[in-house]
Write a protein that binds this ligand. Structure first.
Ligand SMILES: NC(=O)C1=CN([C@@H]2O[C@H](COP(=O)(O)OP(=O)(O)OC[C@H]3O[C@@H](n4cnc5c(N)ncnc54)[C@H](OP(=O)(O)O)[C@@H]3O)[C@@H](O)[C@H]2O)[C@@H](O)CC1
Ligand SMILES: [K+]
Length: 496
């Protein structure tokens, strides 16, 4: 798991690296710029393209000047620099890099006024106007400049972060450089992981500039980044003499007459994720479909649920396709009053909880709520931006002593102890009905297999996104049934 930092913490990591590696600030900038150029040149192979670098006068601009010099050294033939000269203040690193650039024949233009940009044409625009130091709304002249840059036709690449976007927290306004690609230093910035960045970033890539990892990992940040290695480390090896009882019994309470598919998806994904036994508690009308499609899955009738000893199930999930009927609500009330282990609540179960605050407050300790954004707002009230929603999620996960899995491109997992894990895997090809049902089946399956709850959620969320991402490279859209088929293969693959 990697720690994610806010802008202030990133600056402290820069500072710590400078003092303790030790490395002069200017050299750290050189290293960052060199890494940028290396990554850039792997994609932009044609050295005859015109490249214009727009530089502010602080350290992001300092990077821009060093990048210009290094591209020129690397035989990019048509590099020029525009210094955005709207303020007198500059940093020593900017000044030193300006002197170094002046020794080359890269042309440097001082832009005093956005109007002077009229008629500019270039194949590639590199944006080094503002970095993570942005602390307030852009003033008028910067806004005009960025609006003009956004209208230019060249490929747009930002250094560290699109100018005008803060590293975290609400946007100051909607005038932000629109980057085709952001090459960012050391860690993704928190705002890249939220839908608010979608209009401004098509793609981003993290490059390692050698900041002190020990310092970063010891920084008190609640935000973590889940990646592949975390998962392979956590997946259990199946041992000789293990039997179906070793891997738990998962009960799926899902489906209604016309939404049986959701129940089948959840049950199949539970079974394929490895729970020893899976039972589907579905309406009687679904038995034929269940038997025909999933012979491995057992059936429990809705009528018999009340008389069943729920403690024999090592995990229970409820919600996909359940419907918002009185019967469904009665089942939830019964579960909450009799089953004391964590329950995974999804879809209609969340909508039922959203309408009864009292019921919501009684869910078993360490339960899991898996809302998408709309379901989240139904549960906890309307939110108008991602950061307000994040604040609520932290608060509610602690108040309910439960996990909140807020599903999105980078799904967030909020824990009862006040942490937030961002999932790195996923693909827009996964935006299709039924995907959430698969995730619910996976989470509860790993819980049934006796993984610690937090690990079960992290593994399920990552794997779900990872398989979707792999299939998404070959498929325009990933049908949930295709994803489910891959689960056992990919788990095996990750472990070996
Ligand atoms: N050795 C290092 O440190 C390394 C740094 N690195 C690079 O440095 C970048 C961070 O640089 P930075 O801190 O100098 O900030 P940057 O974003 O260039 O400018 C922000 C400054 O502008 C101002 N300002 C803020 N908002 C404003 C506004 N709306 N409108 C107008 N002005 C505004 C404000 O100053 P103020 O006006 O408040 O004095 C603020 O300080 C980082 O992203 C990375 O690219 C890497 O090379 C690694 C090594
Ligand atoms: K930038």
């Amino acid at each position: 798991m990697l720690k994610l930092l806010n802008a202030e913490q990133t600056k402290l990591a820069d500072q710590y690296t400078i003092e303790n590696e030790p490395i002069p600030s200017l050299e750290l900038m050189e290293r960052a710029s060199y890494t940028f150029v290396k990554t850039f040149s792997e994609r932009f192979l044609d050295k005859k393209k015109t490249i214009t670098i727009f530089c502010g006068k602080r350290n992001n601009g300092g990077d821009g000047l060093a990048i210009a010099r290094l591209l020129h050294q690397d035989r990019y033939e048509f590099v020029d620099v525009v210094i955005v000269d709207f303020s007198d203040k500059s940093t020593p690193e900017f000044d030193a890099n300006l002197i170094a650039l002046q020794q080359t024949d890269v042309s440097i233009f001082y832009l005093k006024n956005p109007e002077e940009l009229e008629g500019k044409q270039t194949d590639v625009i590199i944006d080094a106007i503002f970095g993570i130091g942005l602390s307030r709304e852009l003033d008028q002249s910067y806004q005009q400049l960025i609006e003009k840059l956004n209208l230019l036709s060249g490929k747009k690449i930002s250094v560290d972060i699109p100018s005008g976007m803060p590293s975290e927290g609400r946007l100051y306004g909607n005038v932000i450089f629109k980057a085709d690609w952001v090459i960012t230093f050391q860690r993704p910035k928190l705002n890249f992981l939220l839908p608010l960045s979608a209009p401004y970033i098509k793609e981003w890539k993290v490059v390692n500039i050698g900041l002190n990892e020990h310092f970063i990992e010891n920084t008190a940040s609640p935000y973590y980044w889940i990646w592949k290695k975390d998962i392979s480390d956590h997946i259990k090896v199946r041992k000789s003499f293990d039997h179906k009882g070793t891997y738990g019994h998962n009960l799926i309470i899902a489906g209604d007459i016309d939404t049986m598919g959701a129940a089948l998806l959840t049950a199949e994904s539970s079974m394929k994720s490895g729970s020893g036994l899976t039972t589907a508690c579905i309406p009687q009308s679904g038995i034929t479909a269940l038997n025909a499609r999933l012979p491995e899955v057992m059936y429990l009738s809705r009528e018999n649920l009340d008389n069943t000893d729920l403690d024999k199930y090592s995990s229970i999930c409820i919600g996909p396709g359940l419907g918002k009927t009185e019967e469904a609500k009665a089942i939830i009330i019964h579960l909450i009053s009799t089953y004391k282990k964590p329950i995974v609540f999804d879809a209609d179960a969340l909508n039922i909880l959203a309408e009864d605050e009292n019921l919501l407050s009684q869910i078993p300790l360490h339960s899991i709520l898996t809302p998408h954004i709309k379901e989240f707002d139904r549960l906890f009230g309307e939110h108008h931006n991602c950061w307000d929603r994040i604040e609520t999620a932290f608060r509610q996960a602690q108040k309910l002593q439960s996990y909140i899995v807020l599903k999105n491109r980078y799904t967030m997992i909020f824990t009862p102890t006040g942490l937030c894990y961002f999932n790195s895997s996923g693909s827009p090809a996964m935006a299709i009905g039924g995907m959430g049902d698969v995730l619910t089946g996976m989470i509860s399956s790993f819980i049934a297999q006796d993984y610690p709850i937090e690990n079960a959620i992290i593994i399920a969320v990552f794997l779900h996104g990872y398989i979707g991402e792999q299939l998404g490279q070959k498929m325009y859209v990933v049908p949930p049934t295709k994803l489910i088929k891959q689960i056992p293969y990919v788990i095996k693959d990750l472990k070996s």
